[in-house]
Design a protein around this ligand. Structure first.
Ligand code: NAD
Length: 479
């Protein structure tokens, strides 16, 4: 069995405690690796080495820092097949998704921020008497904490802007899906990344995650994960006046109008609902459909959902793999029971699942579609993060907007209509940080990414990320 290691001061190392936890394949339930349980002693070594590396790393010309990221990106590309397979085994996600979305995006994250830093400029404000210019300096040692659903994709999305802006990084992947972060450590060694610039610590949230957040030597935290964890991080960070970026949960609405391109909309919304088993923060889970096309939409949607193939995630023919863990499977099942109690009518999901022998104990679940659930019920309000969606109808535009905005979350939404004016109108009224019109998860890395309300604080992506990882200083010169 493989024993994973931390990456500290440019080397792979054991945790000081010598304690490990299991890394399980959710599609087979087999334990295939051991994950270091890091603690404050490992963190101290990591911060010491990061602080030592900081003066030289932050003093390099941006182009030289960028060159390391380009090298890392090329090595991820060279190892795409291995990384995609590892991601599929660790998360239960379909191999095709890992090959076409997760790993390519990790490559783009590294490349994008490597190029972005060479184009980063700052403002100058001149008036009759003086000129001001803005400097943006790296913060020092920063923390990046990421979740299990898009492991390497989100890990690199944080690390890349932190590094190119000249910071040194303490990064913690999810203890549920650490494997590709471990492979990234080896890639960084191969790329010759200077010692201490990036340190990857494995372990649990309450232990090493919390230790990172509690540590005053960490100047900023970029966090992606659940809203409750984000709240804890905000509470600990506030008295330190530390910068935080929080990318949290969602309960994303899709508004479908009678004038949409129905077949395309159905196809895209099946993808938006059930990609990665519904375990993407951006997945649509509340689908609101204009009354006049509700029945037609419903029958097309349910038919397509029933045709999704579920099974061994490493078999490229399958559209959906396993959920992440027994605990998460139980959570989603509890919402299926709740949906029935709340008066929901199940349209599909209870058919028997045929699985290969080695997957017979895996955490698989058919996609579930409910209707008739009131908007304020728990199933329509709480983040489930699994293959369960609810269909609801609306009578007019105002009602659609009201339904969509009746939520504590505000991450992403989608609007399906051929009426351009309506699309703009709703786009500006809907309370989400990201609005897609006639598409879903169409990403341009230059755009601001993040949520409002309980979905987070701050924005990542493009210049927003470069600004987050730097301290802004204004210098004023009188003529
Ligand atoms: P989580 O909050 O349980 O864990 C996320 C990370 O935080 C993990 O690395 C975990 O070990 C660590 N952590 C846990 N407790 C901690 C603590 N007290 N201090 C410091 N670190 C701690 O979330 P999860 O279950 O891994 O991920 C699922 C959640 O992430 C969902 O709510 C989903 O919507 C959200 N998510 C949001 C985005 C986004 O961009 N907004 C993207 C992906 C996932």
């Amino acid at each position: 069995m493989e024993i994973l290691a931390n990456y500290i001061n440019g080397e792979l190392s054991k945790p000081q405690s010598n304690n490990y936890i299991d890394d399980q394949n959710p599609a087979t339930t087999k334990v295939f690796a051991k994950i270091p349980l890091s603690d404050e002693i490992d963190l101290k070594f990591a911060i010491d080495s990061a602080e030592k590396a900081f003066p030289q790393w932050s003093g390099l010309p941006a182009k030289e820092r960028a060159a390391y990221l380009i090298k890392i990106s090329a090595l991820i590309n060279d190892n795409l097949e291995e990384l995609a397979l590892a991601e599929s085994i660790d998360t239960g996600k379909p191999i095709q998704l890992a090959k076409t979305v997760d790993i390519p995006r990790a490559i783009s994250n590294m490349e994008f921020f490597a190029h972005a830093i060479t184009q980063f400029s700052s403002e100058s404000h001149a008036n009759e008497k003086s000129i001001n210019y803005t400097l943006r300096k790296p913060l020092g040692v920063v923390g990046c904490i990421s979740p299990w659903n898009l492991p390497l994709y989100l890990f690199t999305w944080k690390i890349a802007p932190a590094l190119v802006t000249g910071n040194c990084v303490i990064a913690k992947p999810s203890e549920i899906t650490p494997y590709t972060a471990f492979l990234l450590s080896k890639i960084c060694i191969e790329a010759g990344l200077p010692k201490g610039v990036l340190n990857i610590l494995h372990g649990t949230g309450p232990e090493i995650g919390n230790a990172i957040v509690q540590n005053k030597r960490i100047k900023a935290i970029s966090f992606t994960g659940g809203t409750d964890t984000g709240k804890k991080i905000a509470e600990i960070s506030a008295p330190m006046f530390r910068k935080i970026s929080l990318e949290l949960g969602g309960k994303n609405p899709a508004l479908v109008f009678a004038d949409c391109d129905l077949n395309k909309t159905v196809e895209e919304l099946v993808r938006a609902s059930f990609s990665n088993q519904g375990e993407i923060c951006l997945c649509s889970s509340r689908l609101y459909i204009e009354k006049s096309i509700y029945e037609e939409f419903k029958s097309l949607f349910v038919e397509k959902v029933k045709n999704l193939k579920i099974g061994n995630p490493t078999n490229a023919a399958n559209n959906m793999g396993a959920l992440i863990s027994a605990q998460h499977l139980e959570k989603v099942k509890s919402y299926i029971r709740l949906a029935k109690e709340e008066g929901g009518h199940l349209l599909c999901g209870d058919e028997k699942l045929e699985l290969e022998k080695e997957n017979s104990k895996g955490y698989f679940l058919r996609p579930h579609v409910f209707e008739n659930l009131p908007n304020h019920c728990k199933v329509n309000q709480e983040e489930i993060f699994g293959p369960l969606v609810s269909l609801n109808s609306f009578r007019n535009e105002n009602e659609a907007i009201r339904f969509a905005n009746e939520s504590d979350y505000g991450l992403a939404s989608s609007i399906w209509t051929n009426d351009l004016s309506r699309a703009h109108r709703i786009g500006s009224k809907i309370e989400t940080g990201i609005v897609w019109i006639n598409c879903w998860m169409n990403r341009d890395l230059r755009t601001p990414f993040g949520g409002m309300k309980n979905s987070g604080l701050g924005r990542e992506g493009g210049l927003e990320a470069l600004r987050f990882f730097t301290e802004t200083k204004n210098i004023c010169i009188q003529f």
